[in-house]
Design a protein around this ligand. Structure first.
Ligand code: NAD
Length: 449
């Protein structure tokens, strides 16, 4: 099939490359010319494991190309995917400006009947808006389909190539058949392609993200009780996760969820509910718990630093909102760094891939380091903010030698508490009692946030 992909960010570039890999003729559009240039040369503009070789292979096979012209792409395609961003507006609702601009341009460009597929995450009812924006610009028949995307950054290629399910929201039988043909090679069984009405498809995406975030916030909430009562959230997690009715995923306690999806989608869902005069109390609580959780380590770090916190240095390992991505949008690591800076603390950071993206939000107020160990020089505390596997087994002796004080705040429960304390570190984590392995006496947290 001849496919256009409008918006070549995390979703559009992955979807475009995967469709091309499946033998389709794909043309990807982005309004950002620099992205178009880089992608045309085979350089992905995001860090996503496995994307670069796949992009290069499909460029060489001439199955994929990139342009900044929507009309060029639309006029050569039967199916047009919308994969533009839908960030939060100040009131929490989804900003649909990018989608509207793209839809209107599609309407102005279209010359023969096409299917327009909305893959961006959008509030319920947006498919009607997309159809109306296109209809404003053309009389050519266009069928609008809702096809939410469930890929995870860091595992995006596998998620796209082997999806658990594909949700297709449409009232048009021909459009559904076309989408079914497109996706059949990606699923093991046809039953994984789930047809529904467009509103339900739009809502399914928000429901999934809100539910996964609920699991995280539930564990984070419980982690406070564990700390006070003397339990260990990791044990509770194992005990819960091995129940087949519950399952082990999305039960990790930590410094909260972030990224470009959960926070904004939860805000948008709450906003949609408000517009329908419904109160989603569980979802509200999920967001509230997460906001608090991002700063849960701050009073403990400040208590450890003591009276002269402003003269001291804290090192953050990790800036991305999760490992295997360079995405720092709404990353708890960034929020934590900003709060420490606000308190006058000197902050040094290291992330294997996300430093240049973090620079856009954090600016020059932190010290960016090229390797995890140089970031530790003269530091009074190490904070693990992203669970990159390479942080899991640090050279404790080297770390201790470099730091002024041997103190670790593990915001992702990544390290072995025993190993850290055996190596002489004071060790704080999430949902477990602090462990003092060295001579340092830790005062009770004395800072209220
Ligand atoms: P992104 O910001 O990485 O990419 C969006 C791209 O669209 C940008 O490159 C931008 O330049 C381009 N764009 C905007 N308006 C355009 C226009 N009129 N013409 C051409 N290009 C245009 O966003 P993303 O992370 O890929 O997310 C896209 C959508 O998919 C969002 O709605 C998001 O919620 C959803 N989603 C994202 C993920 C994820 O993991 N990132 C997963 C599932 C769903």
């Amino acid at each position: 099939m001849r496919i256009a992909m409008i918006g070549t960010g995390y979703v559009g570039s992955v979807a475009g490359v995967c469709f091309a890999e499946n033998g389709h003729d794909v043309i990807c559009v982005d309004q950002d010319r620099k992205k178009v240039q880089e992608l045309s040369k085979g350089n992905p503009v995001i860090y996503e494991p496995g994307l670069e070789p796949l992009l290069k292979r499909n460029l060489a096979a001439r199955r994929i190309r990139f342009t900044d012209s929507i009309s060029e792409a639309v006029q050569q395609s039967e199916i047009v995917f919308m994969t533009v961003g839908t960030p939060s507006k100040a009131d929490g609702s989804a900003n649909l400006d990018y989608l509207e601009n793209a839809a209107r341009e599609v309407g102005r460009a279209v010359r023969s009947p096409i299917v327009v597929v909305n893959k961006s995450t959008v509030p319920v009812g947006t498919h009607r808006w997309v159809a109306a924006w296109i209809r404003d610009e053309t009389t050519v028949p266009v069928q609008v389909v809702s096809n939410p995307e469930f890929l995870r950054e860091g595992a995006a290629l596998r998620d796209f190539m082997e999806p658990d399910r594909v949700v297709i929201g449409t009232h048009h039988p021909e459009a559904f058949q076309m989408m079914r043909r497109l996706y059949l090679p990606f699923v093991k069984q046809a039953s994984q392609i789930i047809r529904m009405d467009p509103v339900s498809a739009e809502l399914t995406k928000y429901a999934c993200n809100a539910f996964l975030a609920t699991r995280i916030s539930f564990m984070n909430d419980l982690s406070h009780l564990c700390e006070k009562a003397g339990g260990d959230i990791e044990h509770v997690q194992r005990g819960m996760g091995s129940d087949t009715r519950i399952g082990p995923r999305f039960l990790n306690a930590g410094i909260g969820y972030g990224g470009s999806c959960f926070p904004k989608d939860i805000r948008a869902l709450l906003r949609t509910a408000q517009e329908h005069e419904i109160s989603l109390r569980i979802v509200s609580a999920v967001e509230e718990v997460n906001e608090r959780q991002k700063l849960t380590l701050v009073p403990k770090i400040l208590a450890h630093l003591g009276r002269f916190a402003a003269k001291k240095k804290v090192t953050l390992w990790g800036l991305a909102f999760k490992p295997q991505t360079d995405d720092t949008r709404e990353s708890p690591a960034i929020v934590l760094a900003q709060e420490l800076i606000r308190r006058g603390v000197r902050v040094a950071v290291f992330d294997p891939v996300a430093a240049s993206k973090a620079l856009e939000t954090l600016g020059p107020q932190v010290e960016y380091c090229d390797d995890p160990y140089s970031a530790l020089r003269d530091s009074n505390a190490l904070v693990i903010a992203t669970e990159w596997p390479e942080f899991q087994n640090p050279d404790y002796a080297r770390v201790k030698l470099l730091m002024t004080e041997p103190a670790i705040f593990d915001g992702r429960n990544l390290l072995s508490a025993d190993a850290a304390t055996r190596a002489g570190f004071s060790y704080w984590s999430i949902g477990r009692k602090p462990r003092t392995g060295a001579r340092i006496r830790v005062r009770e947290p004395n800072v209220v946030i």
